[in-house]
Design a binder for this molecule. Structure first.
Ligand SMILES: Cc1cc2nc3c(=O)[nH]c(=O)nc-3n(C[C@H](O)[C@H](O)[C@H](O)COP(=O)(O)OP(=O)(O)OC[C@H]3O[C@@H](n4cnc5c(N)ncnc54)[C@H](O)[C@@H]3O)c2cc1C
Length: 565
């Protein structure tokens, strides 16, 4: 009898391959078979594919997959232990599974993908190991699905479909299930196009291995099925997952996270949200627009406390206007279920209080995915919050192991993860790679209006020793905002009072995420206020507000004309 848990190796003789693309198509087709862990097609001329697969994967599934891609295949199977093949399967020919790599990358999210691509582009041989869904957080449960819902909620609020065909108008009521189905189609499409197809396009330079990886003391990687991947260097890119506060009674309460909220069968009538930063506000406003009663419980004195106070006040005003209830200074201590829903007990401004809603969403940051990775035996140190400590070249405390993305102690943003992944691979494989540069770092919260920031706040600039001056331009002075009837928001500029160089830009505005890139260039290029004022900005655009704001450093708001100003 076959041992069902044992991995097997299969060698396929392929017919019909005539070019390099054929090898890619064959590889992709085999990778789609359930149970397949790794595929190597050593070029179309080899007429072969080597496959690692679980013992209960039928060989017919391989031939069918290759057949449906338009090629022929004959399968030879053998057990990875080298024992004879299970009954009914052909005995093995010699098999050559490549298990020695220049770089093994644990995780196929933004950080892992970027590391693998950088390594493959410089002619290195890479294995990407992932135990979950290829693509990781951003495409599957993070940026992409959350922003799709944000845009759907904007359209829903305007009671029109605006590209979300089939998601009914406000008058008809929301079709949440249909919206989730749209989301799933988009996520699956992007996962295939931007992750699976991209990895496959590198042919044999990148092997995608579907398994859980664990670091060994020597820096090699042990897979769940017992195989060891020998590697010169390893990049840890295992990401993070939602953090759950250890409140009293938490075990008895089905708490929602950003991931589970975006898959629930139906929206609750009311929702408590613990947390007051990006994810809490984006999802809170979204479901509020779909009709949910939302109450935000925020520990700090204000929402988004790491932003300029004017931005916190402005976005809070916008949310409250839409019916979101915000409580600040709330320190939750316990949670329980009762017949009517979920109750959070908290100390708010020194007094014990209870907050109630049908469901509870916890949006209090992320926890590094390091369980079972063998960090301590590999000599990889973590910080007090459990994130892997890296230097500016993304090297961990084990010189053979690098880390990038949410698992490491850098900002939790996908473009930072990708930049860190590229940096990690470059430094791991080449001599004299570059440090990761995160300055200036633009940040966006995708509420409506959006909150976006780059460079220094007034407080940070003062602590850095600058003599600071700043200005705030409310959006109702920006012609585009006036005609679009979207005047909630502001633009704040922070400059060095001595040199007049722009140090920071902060906005609350519709499409503030687009505006912030203009300010990012200005901060990066160390532009002076007069240079900003002397630059042409198209009329009527929101970005024109940046120039108008710059003008207010030496001109009274009441004397600002519009384009002639
Ligand atoms: C709701 C939400 C919205 C967001 N919106 C934005 C946004 O708009 N803009 C933005 O920039 N950022 C956003 N982010 C943050 C962004 O998604 C993350 O910063 C980014 O995806 C992290 O990428 P990563 O590669 O570090 O990790 P991940 O993408 O999490 O990838 C880690 C991978 O490692 C795998 N793995 C874990 N352990 C192992 C193991 N032992 N062996 C093998 N594989 C393993 C996992 O299966 C996973 O696929 C959002 C996050 C959330 C949750």
């Amino acid at each position: 009898m076959a041992d069902k848990r044992q991995a097997e190796l299969a060698e396929l003789e392929i017919t019909g391959m005539t070019c390099a693309d054929c090898a890619i198509h064959v590889k992709r087709a085999i990778e789609g078979v359930v149970g397949v862990e790794m595929v190597v097609v050593p070029g179309w001329r080899s007429r072969r594919a080597e496959v690692s697969l679980s013992a209960d994967t039928p060989s017919d599934a391989l031939t069918d997959a290759v057949g449906s891609a338009g090629y022929g295949a004959t399968v030879t199977l053998r057990r990875s232990s080298g024992k004879t093949a299970p009954e009914g399967r052909k005995p093995a020919k010699a098999s050559r599974m490549i298990d020695r790599y220049d770089l093994v990358v644990l995780g196929s999210g933004g950080a892992g993908m970027a590391a693998a691509i950088r390594a493959a582009e410089t002619e290195h041989h890479v294995a990407v190991v992932d135990s979950g869904t290829v693509g990781g957080t951003c495409v599957n449960v993070g940026c992409v699905p959350s922003k799709l819902l944000v845009h759907a909620a904007e359209a829903y609020r305007r009671a029109a479909s605006h590209g979300f065909d089939g998601v009914r108008t406000k008058a008809e009521g929301l079709d949440w299930k249909r919206l989730l189905a749209l989301k799933d189609v988009m996520v699956e499409g992007l996962r295939k196009e931007k992750y699976l197809d991209v990895l496959a396009s590198f042919g044999d330079s990148i092997a995608l291995i579907r398994a859980k990886g664990r670091l060994q003391a020597d820096g090699n990687v042990l897979l769940g099925d017992g195989r060891v991947l020998e590697t010169r260097k390893t990049v840890l890119a295992t990401g993070a997952s939602p953090r759950i506060l250890p409140l009293r009674g938490i075990e008895g309460v089905p708490v929602l996270t950003s991931t589970t909220l975006m898959t629930m069968d139906r929206l609750p009538e009311s929702l408590l949200i613990i947390g007051g930063r990006a994810v809490a506000l984006e999802l809170g406003q979204t479901v509020r627009r779909f009709g949910v009663q939302v109450t935000v419980l925020q520990r700090s004195a204000s929402l988004i406390p790491d932003h300029e106070p004017e931005l916190s006040q402005s976005i809070e005003g916008c949310l409250v206007e839409e019916g979101v209830v915000v409580h600040s200074g709330v320190h939750p201590t316990a949670v329980r279920r009762d017949g009517r829903g979920t109750v959070v007990t908290a100390v708010t401004n020194g007094k014990e209080k209870e907050y109630r809603a049908e469901r509870l969403l916890m949006a209090v940051g992320r926890r590094a995915t390091t369980e079972g990775l063998g960090l301590s035996s590999a000599g990889v140190e973590v910080d007090e919050e459990g994130f892997v400590i890296v230097d500016d070249r993304m090297q961990t405390t084990n010189p053979k192991i690098y880390a990038a993305g949410d698992v490491s102690n850098i900002p939790k943003l996908v473009y930072v993860a990708a930049a860190a992944g590229r940096t990690a691979a470059a430094n791991a494989l080449d001599d004299g790679g570059l440090p990761l540069s995160l300055s200036p770092l633009p940040r966006v919260i995708f509420t409506d209006p959006q909150v976006a920031s780059v460079g220094l706040s007034v407080r940070d600039a003062r602590s850095a020793g600058y003599n600071v001056k700043s200005t705030v331009l409310p959006l109702d002075h920006v012609p585009k905002a006036i005609v679009a009837r979207k005047t909630a928001g502001l633009i704040k500029l922070v400059v060095d009072a001595d040199s007049h160089i722009l140090l920071g830009g902060h906005v609350v505005a519709p499409e503030g995420g687009e505006m912030i890139q203009t300010l990012t260039f200005a901060v990066k290029l160390r532009m002076r206020v007069d240079e900003l004022v002397g630059t042409l900005f198209p009329y009527l655009t929101m970005s024109e507000g940046i120039r108008l704001a710059a003008q207010t450093f030496d001109r009274d708001l009441s004397r600002l004309s519009c384009c002639a100003g």
